[in-house]
Design a protein around this ligand. Structure first.
Ligand code: ADP
Ligand code: MG
Ligand code: MG
Length: 931
């Protein structure tokens, strides 16, 4: 058997195999195969990359270079040019491209194949000396920086010196002589830095370039990006290398290059959107070297080509049925398409284009739902600038990525990262950004650049992350070295606060207040489609009437978790709660509970009213009760202060005599005043106020000590409290049922659900259930009406999972509390784990994720699956939900759907995300694998 096939032409590559060919490669094949004008080329597969990275030997994998040579020979045949031919040279670009699009992650080398000889051939071929040297200097710089690792700064310095020498501002103004000087300067630089001349053999250039692309896969930028976006080894799968015949946008004023979206990626508007530059090549548009023109200008400048671009836009959309982000180049009036990929858009644009495409008949409702990453919706739920805030605009740039952000200015990505680690909010301010700045994007609230257009690196990356960005804000003059920015006469330094609004391009000094976002109409439409599809219901966790309002606003189908203790913490109630806890006898405790009852009843009634008949699940008291009392150290400190007061008063009484002894004059001067103070203090002492307070505080301290536990989270909490202090649970049960009765009396309809926390055995449930039954009888009698209700339990203790069959005899519903259940399954205490060892576990790959953030499906999930199965055996109609933090995460939701749970419950702002995820879970149920 010969060596593996690593090389595929654009004609033969399988367009569906992005994993093998990378996204860029697969799409180049796709465009070629539907007849779009793509310059000929071939792809070196990701498999070659993985083999290269996995082998111990140096150099490319065996056989690969032979295949590359053959493919180049084929290209020579097809283009009629020769690779390295002095009179008729073939030039290519070498581009990376992984299965998952990672914009700006790995650099492309253009004009490969040029050397001191072929550059002359290029001149002969094109009759354009200036163009040839321009291409050559680009190659030496790109090759030098990307493949040989020489810092761009060195090249830029040489180039700036030349521009200065010839007194020009823009590279297009440099003449042939200046560009030849650049080539010479760059070549010398390469020799100086690498101790080797710039490689003259085109095949050697190609070999080094391919190897550099492979290596860049493990470079910092790529690794950072994959970590930030949770791209696992398996999804990532190495990068392919695309080798493509060069076409030239820099051959004069009938040439140019550009980047466009088939629709506006900021607003979703159905119009060609993009930027171009005349007489420019490749990176020029993206790098923000000159500010490009918007593509609509091309309509006047090159009307024929504009029409072709419009056609291209429609062909691409009809074929891919997604908004496309494509690159084009015009060489002497001929249009080429060099790349296409699905457009990264902000959530608002994503939703608008999806709905429009459904209405245009391009995609189905299901496809629209499947297109959108649920987590993206979080962007829409971000705050925006308060329109009522009348802050003066400091400067205006381009609205490159919507959303508002405030933070302290930093001028470097590294600074952004280190400041963010200290918990500071920062805005990254730069002339332009480069792929090396990617870690700074992650760390910043927003990005502001003084140069570059709406398709500049900063804009594209910020949009893909949903970070606000203002680009091309030319009024700002940045002095990187001095860490200063000057805007309309005002000097801003690192640490000064600014606000940027990526929706308008405005920049403000200081913090501008923000307001809650409005729901956009399009999102409502999409979520309605989603609700029609999903089987899981989406509830919200809400503890107060205000919380319930919010839940309703986000479209919750009920309240899956109402935590009653949150109601205890309000200032006018807490003292009563404390007295109730301190009570020595049951009668005394009952007295305080009677005071709490009306508060709870009112809250419940209000929540029922807001939810208007939707299910509301109320959890009985859960936390250990010492949480409602002051902390031990605090009490001790107060008591010490009070004791000190007594000593101070005694000392003060003696002070006049002491003073008389020491300094009679001073005594004469102050004796009268001192007397007054001492009398006052004596009076205070006489009242024994401090003593009374000390006694009271000491009593509390004693109680706090008595209640203190080594492991409160595993201690006296949940149903265990309900069993030791049944009067507390009874009060709560009564409040729930009476509130329901009153609400029903007013014409409402509802069956409240009473949920018991921390249950591990059926007997606990039986105990509480007896109280519920008794109370229910009383309430129905008192009100003379039927009050329906449901009784159920949390499942957050491993034993409850194992005894689900028995527990379901009484529980009409169960709800997984996955926070506690995760702690119990791992035997990790969350705080200790997250502070001490979990980060290391993640780093070392011992655990892929933090299980408190991402549901551990293999372990905790397995327990849940068993629980559902056993509970259903006893009670087939048992309602099953999840109300831990995980309930709002798409992966957990997919799993919950898979084990046929009834609902998920999450915080109100995550409800829209969960609704979309629930529909996707249904649509993708066939592909689900639970191992
Ligand atoms: P990125 O992923 O950063 O966009 P690309 O591989 O797309 O990198 O290339 C960078 C720039 O070079 C793009 O503007 C692209 O259009 C241009 N380019 C790549 N290959 C060619 C080619 N064969 N001819 C002309 N321009 C090219
Ligand atoms: Mg690039
Ligand atoms: Mg590109």
């Amino acid at each position: 058997m010969g060596p593996k096939k690593y090389v595929f032409t654009f004609e033969e590559g399988d367009v569906k195999d992005k994993k093998l060919l990378g996204g860029k490669g697969a799409n180049l094949c796709g465009m070629t195969q539907i007849g779009l004008p793509v310059p000929p080329g071939f792809i070196i597969s990701t498999e070659a990359c993985l083999t290269y990275l996995g082998q111990k030997k140096r150099g490319l994998p065996p056989g690969l270079m032979d295949q590359i040579r053959a493919a180049m020979a084929d290209l020579e045949n097809r283009t009629g040019k020769g690779f390295g031919a002095p009179d008729n040279p073939l030039l290519v670009s070498v581009r990376s491209g992984a299965a998952i699009s990672m914009p700006g992650m790995m650099d492309t080398i253009l004009n490969l194949g040029l050397n001191d000889e072929t550059v002359k051939g290029l001149i002969k071929m094109t009759q354009n000396e200036r163009f040839a040297y321009d291409a050559y200097r680009r190659l030496i710089q790109l090759f030098g920086s990307v493949a040989l690792g020489i810092d761009d700064e060195y090249f830029d310095n040489i180039f700036d010196d030349i521009k200065e020498k010839y007194k020009v501002k823009n590279d297009v103004e440099l003449d042939t002589k200046a560009l030849m000087e650049a080539c010479q300067g760059f070549s010398d630089l390469v020799k100086q830095k690498t101790k080797q001349p710039f490689p003259q053999d085109p095949l050697a250039q190609l070999e080094i370039a391919v190897e550099a692309v492979f290596k860049s896969w493990m470079g910092r930028r790529a690794v950072d990006y994959r970590r930030e976006f949770n791209i696992t080894q398996d999804m990532a799968n190495g990068t392919a290398v695309n080798v493509m015949t060069m076409v030239f946008g820099n051959m004069g004023n009938d040439s140019g290059t550009g980047v466009a979206f088939t629709r506006n990626p900021g607003t979703g508007e159905n119009r060609l959107y993009g930027e171009y530059m005349i007489n420019a090549q490749g990176e020029d548009v993206v790098a923000g070297i000159r500010t490009p023109k918007t593509v609509t200008k091309l309509r006047r400048e090159m009307p024929g080509l504009y029409k072709e671009l419009e056609e291209l836009r429609h062909t691409l959309e009809n074929h891919y049925r997604e908004v496309q982000d494509f690159e084009f180049t015009i060489e002497k009036g001929k249009l080429y398409c060099l790349q296409t990929r699905n457009g990264k858009m902000n959530a608002a644009a994503f939703i608008k284009t999806s709905i429009d495409m459904v209405n245009e008949g391009l995609i189905s409702e299901k496809e629209a739902i499947l297109r959108i990453q649920p987590d993206m919706l979080a962007q829409l739920l971000h705050p925006r600038l308060d329109p009522k805030a009348k802050t003066a605009v400091l400067a205006q740039g381009l609205p490159a990525s919507p959303g508002a952000a405030s933070g302290k200015i930093v001028f470097e990505a590294d600074r952004a990262e280190s400041k963010a680690k200290l918990g500071e909010k920062v805005i990254l301010v730069r002339e332009e950004t480069k792929p090396d700045d990617i870690h700074g994007f992650f760390a910043s609230q927003g990005i502001l650049t003084s140069r570059g257009g709406k398709t500049s690196h900063a804009a594209v990356v910020a949009r893909s992350m949903g970070r606000p960005c203002v680009s091309g804000c030319e009024a700002i003059h940045i002095n990187q070295q001095a860490k200063e920015a000057i805007i309309s006469g005002l000097t801003l330094r690192e640490g000064d606060v600014i606000t940027i609004d990526g929706s308008t391009g405005n920049v403000y000094k200081g913090t501008v207040p923000t307001v809650e976002p409005e729901f956009v109409e399009d999102l409502l439409v999409l979520l309605e489609w989603a609700d029609d599809i999903s089987e899981l219901k989406v509830m919200a966790n809400a503890d107060t009437p205000e919380g319930a309002e919010k839940a309703k606003k986000y479209g919750a189908m009920g309240i899956g978790l109402c935590r009653t203790e949150r109601m205890f913490n309000q200032p006018e109630r807490l003292p009563i709660v404390q007295d109730m806890i301190l009570a020595e006898t049951t009668e005394e405790r009952q007295k305080y509970l009677d005071q709490l009852l009306p508060f709870q009843r009112e809250d419940f009634k209000e929540i029922f009213r807001v939810m208007d008949g939707l299910p509301v699940t109320v959890r009985l008291l859960d936390p250990p009760i010492h949480e409602f009392l002051p902390r031990e150290e605090e009490l001790s400190r107060e008591i010490t202060h009070l004791r000190d007061l007594r000593i101070t008063v005694d000392g003060m009484a003696n002070l006049p005599d002491t003073l008389k002894l020491l300094d009679p004059e001073l005594h004469n001067k102050y004796a009268a005043n001192l007397e007054t103070i001492t009398h006052g203090l004596e009076e205070l002492k006489g009242k024994h106020l401090a003593e009374a307070l000390i006694t009271n505080k000491e009593a509390i301290l004693q109680k706090v000590r008595a209640l203190s536990e080594t492991n409160p989270m595993l201690g006296h909490r949940g149903v265990r409290l309900g069993i030791t202090y049944p009067e507390i649970y009874t009060m709560q049960i009564r409040a729930i049922l009476e509130a329901a009765a009153e609400y029903i009396n007013e014409g409402g309809r509802l069956a409240p659900e009473i949920m018991v926390p921390q249950v591990c055995t059926l007997q606990e449930l039986v105990f509480v259930h007896n109280h519920v039954v008794q109370m229910h009888k009383d309430v129905e009698k008192k009100f003379g009406i039927k009050v329906p209700y449901k009784f159920g339990t949390m499942v957050e203790v491993v034993r409850a999972c194992m005894r689900a069959g028995r527990i379901a005899e009484l529980a009409e519903f169960i709800s997984f509390g996955t926070n506690d259940l995760t702690q119990a399954t791992f035997s990790f205490s969350r705080e200790d784990a997250e502070n001490k060892f979990l980060p290391l576990y993640n780093e070392r790959g011992i655990l892929q994720h933090n299980p408190f953030e991402i549901l551990d499906i293999k372990g905790v999930g397995r327990l849940m699956a068993i629980t559902v199965e056993w509970a259903r055996k006893t009670r087939p109609e048992v309602k099953v939900g999840i109300c831990g933090e995980h309930g709002g995460h798409p992966d957990a939701i997919r799993f919950c759907h898979h084990i046929e749970m009834s609902y998920v419950s999450c915080s109100p702002p995550r409800v829209p995300i969960a609704r979309l995820a629930a529909a996707q879970a249904k649509l993708k149920e066939g592909e689900y694998e639970f191992v």
